[in-house]
Design a protein around this ligand. Structure first.
Ligand code: 5GP
Ligand code: ZN
Length: 114
């Protein structure tokens, strides 16, 4: 997707502080962190939101969760705890329409869900 910020990050056209990368997914530090640890994890294939998930294209999600747990351990928040969040659409707070998962930790997070 030409105008997608996260596709540009994948292509290296926009710099990012990478935490993890393989053929399928990329993880990098959020530019505007909401917590001491705030990593964004994305599939390299452009999928705009959770609305576009199908049984055929969603297998990367298990890989993202397993990798998020590994990143949490590497960054030292596995014992203290963390949250993995996906925002979908305007009411869900999604601002970048390339599906992504936030890994948040390093402090006691607000427990309000809505
Ligand atoms: P959303 O609000 O869509 O769930 O999350 C998008 C996230 O992407 C936000 O937390 C925002 O700070 C982050 N973000 C937006 N543009 C960039 C960028 O160019 N670089 C990085 N590292 N993060 C970005
Ligand atoms: Zn994209």
């Amino acid at each position: 997707m030409e105008d997608c910020i996260f596709c540009k990050i994948i292509k290296g056209e926009i710099p990012s502080k990478k935490v993890y990368e393989d053929d399928e997914i990329l993880a990098f530090h959020d530019i505007s962190p909401m917590a001491p640890i705030h990593v964004v994890i994305i599939p390299k294939k452009h999928i705009s939101s959770a609305n576009e998930l199908t049984e055929e294209n969603a297998s990367f999600i298990s890989h993202i969760y397993v990798t998020a747990a590994k990143i949490a351990k590497e960054l030292g928040i596995d014992e203290s705890g963390y949250r993995i969040v996906n925002n979908c659409g305007a009411d869900g707070g999604q601002t970048v329409f390339h599906i992504h998962f936030h890994l948040l930790g390093g402090k006691k997070l607000n427990t309000e869900l809505a």
